[in-house]
Write a protein that binds this ligand. Sequence first.
Ligand SMILES: [Zn+2]
Length: 254
Amino acid sequence: MKCIDSHLHLDSYQFPDIQGATKELNQQLSHANIEKGIILHLQIQPWSIEQVSEQIAQYERLEAFVNVHPDDNNVLAVMEKATKQQGFCGIKLHPRLQYLDMASKSLIEVCRYSAILNVPVLLDAFPDGTGLMQGFNPLEYAALAKACPETRFIWAHMGGHHVLDMMMLAKRLENVYFDCSFSLLYFRGSSVPQDMVYAMNSMRFERIFYGSDYPDRDVQSSLTESIELLSNLKVTSLQLEKLLYQNFKDFMQW
Ligand SMILES: [Zn+2]
């Protein structure tokens, strides 16, 4: 089955240099027969936008989203250069790790500018204990999407155990999409995977993408285990094909 992995990181723990990290990721994707992979650049990792840009230019299979902070100097210029000259095809924001104020003017400006650049914004939406203590609130994600109606948002990890809230909100927000990375396998044995599949069905398997969140899990086992879990929850091969491949391909207009 054809596949695009829409949520990947480079492994900065195992690999001191970016060349090794990128090569390993490309190999894992190749072995798993995955046509394209999206690397999410992270400011907390030791590698610059320039370095990630140089790497993705060398691999047909690899694309990347650039991580910016709304309060960075010249953030809009950085986004413009990254998307127009350095090969990035999206913006990544991490509310928890970057301590983002979800209602700030600068964040709204970054998200609106993404629409002008015609690239999507991926927002981490996995409420772990830290995120919950920081006040993770699905309504803030919805308010941001509403404030930026031209911007296409990906709520990564489907909101974790808040998946049903996030899905109900997304039904009122045409510019919101999901990836099911991490949450699906993390919450195995609980009701969350069932709720995720319920949400997928409720959205007719539209606006939802597959991702592994490598290196948290290796690329192949994440794919195999996700397909197995989804099949056990009665997801059909036609639905799987949309989730694993066609939805993201259409979304990126590839
Ligand atoms: Zn991630």
